[in-house]
Design a binder for this molecule. Structure first.
Ligand code: AHG
Ligand code: MN
Ligand code: MN
Length: 338
């Protein structure tokens, strides 16, 4: 058996950050805080079914969605870890109505704003399918020590300095970018470390998977249904018909398509004219990752990372994945966008 020396995430980040302008080590510390929470959530997820953490919490979040117990636990863990660390001045969470301003953030190092979907794919918790955590990191615009403003938080995705996700799947993985490519780390639970397992991830330019909740097609714009018809046509040269794969966890659908090539679409519908997915917690971080891996993310008409958010919980349509597939989907969709 081939033995390979494991590269831990901490070693990797320190090395990668060396030529970076932000080399004070505080981003590395922020990552440590995120990973601590991720390990705790991973432990809780792995116990689902054994202890009483499945099922609903009995409340709804700001978007009127049912909150699961694990949603609440994950949210609490990430907020606690980021608040204690001292490098984060504000947290934006899918589960919280407003900006969470971190109490001890008047330190000169407290410059980061973290937007987070603590538990993505909640409907899959009870059925043992992959779920995850998605995060996005910005630097505040206003000076450290002053109160974080809404303007600090409503930055376009292009301003992200890092983004990533942790997928609690058949193994637990962290995939992240700081704008220097995308790398994947698998949690070795025997040593409690994320170790480099997927260096320099590149999404294939073309793929043969399409992921969309086709059950909603009666509510889709005609251009989206036209693209679905294109996916189902037979054409050897472009490997069509494509395979349909849809789990209902963005994180799991995205991760598979990132590694294998494919397109994920959550379009506008007549019921949800802005789609379902949230710009700050889901679309921006995935867009940064996919672009860094050589792919593309758009609303079908515009690049996701160029959108200037107007609200924390803003939703946008999402077309994301292999570059040529997204280009083709844009071409077909934009002909009949309603
Ligand atoms: P969350 O669990 O954070 O609320 O996100 C669920 C999202 C996303 O993960 C997934 O792609 C999408 O909802 C699925 O929605 P549909 O059930 O409408 O297809
Ligand atoms: Mn989500
Ligand atoms: Mn969520």
């Amino acid at each position: 058996m081939k033995t390979q020396k494991a590269v831990s995430l901490t070693q990797f980040i320190s090395k990668q950050q060396a030529p970076h302008p932000d080399t004070t080590g505080d981003l590395t510390r922020l990552f440590q805080d995120i990973l601590l929470a991720a390990k705790i959530v991973n432990r809780d997820v792995r116990k689902a079914g054994l202890v009483d953490i499945l099922g609903t919490h009995g409340t709804t979040n700001i978007q009127g969605e049912e909150v699961k117990k694990l949603d609440v636990m994950a949210n609490d863990e990430f907020i606690a870890a980021l608040s204690l660390g001292g490098d984060c001045c504000a947290i934006l969470s899918e589960e919280n109505d407003d900006i969470i301003r971190v109490a001890n953030s008047n330190k000169s190092t407290s410059k980061y704003i973290v937007a987070i979907d603590p538990l993505d794919g909640s409907s899959n918790i009870d059925v043992n399918a992959s779920i995850g955590t998605i995060f996005s990191i910005f630097s505040r615009l206003s000076p450290t020590g002053s109160e974080v403003t809404l303007e600090d938080c409503l930055q376009k995705g292009r301003n992200q300095i890092a983004a990533g996700y942790i997928i609690y799947g058949s193994s637990t993985m962290l995939v992240y970018t700081t704008g220097q490519g995308v790398n994947g780390f698998t949690l070795d639970s025997s040593i409690g470390e994320f170790c480099l397992s997927h260096p320099n991830i590149k999404i294939p330019k073309d793929g043969s998977i399409y992921s969309i909740n086709e059950g909603n097609s009666c509510d889709f714009p005609q251009g989206v249904n036209d693209y679905i018809s294109f996916c189902k046509e037979s054409d050897d040269a472009t490997s069509r018909p494509y395979s349909a794969r849809y789990i209902g966890s963005l994180i799991a659908d995205f991760h598979r398509n990132l590694l294998k090539g494919g397109i994920f679409i959550y379009p506008a519908t007549t019921k949800s004219p802005n789609g379902k997915l949230r710009l700050m917690y889901e679309c921006n971080p995935m867009a940064f990752i996919v672009e860094q891996a050589g792919g593309k993310a758009s609303t079908g008409l515009n690049n996701i990372m160029d959108i200037i958010p107007e609200q924390l919980h803003q939703r946008v349509p999402l077309f994301i994945g292999s570059e040529n597939m997204v280009n083709k989907a844009e071409e077909i969709y934009s002909a009949k966008p309603i």
